[in-house]
Design a protein around this ligand. Structure first.
Ligand SMILES: Cc1cc2nc3c(=O)[nH]c(=O)nc-3n(C[C@H](O)[C@H](O)[C@H](O)COP(=O)(O)OP(=O)(O)OC[C@H]3O[C@@H](n4cnc5c(N)ncnc54)[C@H](O)[C@@H]3O)c2cc1C
Length: 439
């Protein structure tokens, strides 16, 4: 069996180590941070995230879905908060059992790392920062508190996130390596709604809350301790933006104007706003994701996407399943396995990147409208009337494992048929009506 050096034990790194460990590969997993079980926060990203069908399937493959979902909170739909404080609930699917799940990032990270460590052939090394890779000989160079060391393997897999050092080495050493990064004009900041009395939830627990405000929005996901983690997605620059909101009074005024129903639930608003960092939102596309049989990229290292479809981690988990399958399919030809994995995943990662940006506009603007709610009702009606034939895009992305690119194409065709038919029907009705009036 091959020996893999994995860089990064975030969500996908831990899970990939478990998938490959299960297939008896020798794994050395190096993570720059300390062990998350020692109280170190998996910082830099959201506190909680939404896991759905693709991610759950990847956990099931290594037998840890129940463990991973132990403290998950099902969210059955979007709870829209308009400016007057009025609430509108739109279920995610016609089937009320279909939900996405709010899950703590740190707990899930621990679950995947512990799952990997159950295999004696997997070793996890914390406090090891990868500086660069020698691609031709599959050697990872690492920095530790005790000095530098080199980790040798048959191949190095970069699971080291959006700002991947492994990808950086590929950019430097591969002629013609394609790389593109694009940042949104919006950043994000996490804020808190603490638990109510007796650890109760101060808003509907089983929903993803959205305050859509056209060019920006706030969302909130429930946590098991009764709190909600809110994320404000807002322009970095502009007349009203992160840049111009400097004092506690500015923050209070902005929130009172835009999210008046949330303010009474956020006693630490100003403090959170001041202390919590403002993160940026990047889409990264690159190609190829592998170098010969020596190096490969997985997860955000290969394809970071903006978080508006709640699919970045789900897609990274799907990568782990596909890569492990490809390695099993071509046990004696790792380059072919890497190539097949890349071929299978690249167009889907590109499709997801576009879908995620499109969903930002839908969430921050369209969810507020009656037309959006009517479209969702029509989607659900059609889904119920034409089971297996009509599947709304959100359902395909979130509740199936249909490849993202196929889902996007199918939704386009469905929309053309449905809206084309509706327009023809309306035209026919109007013509009939005019004829009746003319008689
Ligand atoms: C605000 C926000 C909300 C999100 N919400 C969702 C959601 O609801 N659902 C969803 O599916 N996705 C969501 N995502 C996306 C999700 O967070 C990522 O897609 C996911 O974390 C990718 O996992 P990864 O393991 O590839 O990378 P990461 O989780 O970033 O892990 C990379 C790991 O590599 C380590 N590392 C980095 N550099 C080095 C180095 N040089 N040497 C050694 N180790 C290194 C890091 O410390 C880290 O542990 C969200 C993202 C953001 C920003």
């Amino acid at each position: 069996m091959a020996k893999f050096v994995l860089i990064g034990s975030g969500l996908a790194g831990g899970l990939l180590a478990a998938h490959l460990g299960r297939r008896r590969h020798e794994i050395d997993l190096y993570e720059r941070r300390a062990d998350p079980r020692e109280g170190n926060i998996v910082g830099g990203r959201s506190i909680n995230l939404a896991i759905s069908t693709r991610g759950i399937h990847a956990l099931e493959q290594v037998g840890i879905a129940d463990e991973g979902l132990r403290h998950a909170i099902p969210m059955r739909g979007r709870m829209i908060h308009d400016k007057s404080g009025e609430l509108h609930f739109t279920p995610y699917d016609v089937d009320p059992k279909k939900c996405i799940n709010s899950i703590g990032r740190a707990a899930l990270n621990t679950t995947v790392i512990e799952a990997a460590q159950r295999y004696p052939n997997v070793r996890v090394h914390f406090n090891h920062k990868c500086t660069h890779i020698d691609l031709d000989c599959a050697v990872a160079h690492l920095e530790t508190a005790n000095g530098a060391l080199a980790a040798h393997g048959d191949a190095v897999i970069g699971v080291d996130g959006a700002f991947s050092a492994v990808r950086g080495s590929m950019q430097m050493q591969i002629d013609g390596f394609e790389y593109d990064e694009s940042y949104l004009a919006h950043g994000y900041k996490e804020l808190t709604i603490p638990p109510g009395t007796g650890s109760s939830w101060q808003m509907e627990k089983n929903a993803l809350h959205i305050w859509p405000r056209k060019s920006f929005m706030m969302i909130a996901l429930p946590n098991p301790d009764g709190s909600f983690t809110c994320t404000l997605f807002w322009e970095f620059e502009g007349a009203r933006s992160f840049a111009t909101t400097k004092t506690d009074d500015d923050v209070r005024r902005f929130f009172n104007e835009e999210f008046p129903d949330a303010v009474p639930l956020m006693p630490t608003l100003q403090e959170d706003f001041r202390q919590n960092p403002t993160g940026s939102l990047v889409t990264i596309r690159c190609a190829p994701w592998y170098y010969r049989d020596k190096v490969c990229l997985v997860g955000d290292a290969a394809h970071a996407v903006v978080p508006f479809y709640g699919q970045g981690m789900n897609a990274a988990f799907e990568d782990c399943v596909v890569l492990a399958e490809c390695l099993q399919k071509f046990p004696n030809d790792r380059e072919r396995a890497f190539a097949e994995y890349f071929e299978h995943r690249k167009e889907n990662a590109d499709a997801l990147a576009d879908l995620a940006i499109g969903n930002f506009i839908e969430m921050r603007d369209k969810t507020a409208s009656k037309a959006f709610r009517a479209k969702k009702k029509l989607d659900h009606l059609l889904e119920a009337a034409l089971p297996g034939i009509y599947l709304p895009l959100y359902t395909m992305v979130t509740f199936t494992r249909i490849p993202y690119s196929k889902a996007a194409r199918r939704a386009l065709v469905q929309d053309q048929i449905v809206y084309g038919s509706l327009m023809s029907l309306s035209a026919l009705l109007i013509a009939l009506l005019l004829r009746l009036i003319a008689r």
